[in-house]
Design a binder for this molecule. Sequence first.
Ligand SMILES: Nc1ncnc2c1ncn2[C@@H]1O[C@H](COP(=O)(O)OP(=O)(O)O)[C@@H](O)[C@H]1O
Ligand SMILES: N[C@@H](CCOP(=O)(O)O)C(=O)O
Length: 295
Amino acid sequence: MLTVRAPATSANLGSGFDVFGVALGTPADVVRVERAPETTISVTGAGSEYIPEDPEKNTVGAVAKALDAPARIRIDKGVRPSSGLGSSAASAAAAAVALNALYDRGRTREELVPIAAEGEALVSGEAHADNVAPSLLGGFTVVTDDGVTQVDASVPVVVCLPDISVSTRDARGVVPESATMDELVDTVGNAATLAVGMSRNDPDLVGTGMADTVVTPERTKLIDGYDRVREAALEAGATGVTVSGAGPGILAVCHRGDQRAIASAMVDAFDAAGVESRAYQTTVSEGATLYRDGS
Ligand SMILES: Nc1ncnc2c1ncn2[C@@H]1O[C@H](COP(=O)(O)OP(=O)(O)O)[C@@H](O)[C@H]1O
Ligand SMILES: N[C@@H](CCOP(=O)(O)O)C(=O)O
């Protein structure tokens, strides 16, 4: 049996729609695999009641098919589905690493990115790889049609997850079809600032570079209490705040030591808006970890 822990991720980071992503220290999915004549899936943990065990409908089933690696697969969900924390991607990334090792397929982590993205195509309609890439590789990732670029980073973050669901498929439906030249220039400037900030582990540059006037404003309308929570996080010291992935999670970047105050301010602000939530105080972290035979 092989076990893999794959982290939650936060995609987009405001200015990097469908391109940027980071691996989070917590939460994470744990996937266990054993060889079997055909693929079976069982799911326990956070939100497991909403996750299909049919291999044709679960992201790990798509990965097993793509790697031609039938297995008994057990998923222990730490990442709640429809959270904006790459829940479906965490399972897919974990399964890709585990099945690649189980069947000695010899794929590199980079080569596993498009394979894990097959699972995303299944659930959100498009094989966007901006969640699976950081879950596989760790740190900060940039996904383009030419491949993936990765840098290690350890920027402190808080992710606040309200007790509401927004499906990635629905949230992709509100993305504008076009942007103006002014918006394009702003986006390039912000995205470049963010990327430099990640490579320097500079929360001020990262926070500034998360600004986005194109996709994020449309997505915030789907999250009750967003403006209130954003203001509270900024007042508590966050250097930048944006929607995590497709939402409803909200990502705040900050300096080390400020996570606790920001987490508490965000939870209180959601509470004032009548929405229950929980916050993860974490940092940008490493990617999926493989454990052999219970090690
Ligand atoms: N292994 C899995 N883990 C989580 N969700 C899954 C999995 N397989 C299929 N799904 C489905 O994917 C959807 C959640 O994915 P998505 O909307 O992209 O949210 P998230 O941002 O949390 O990944 C749900 O409909 C869920 O049932
Ligand atoms: N780029 C995608 C990212 C979706 O992330 P998720 O964590 O919400 O699945 C998008 O913004 O649609």
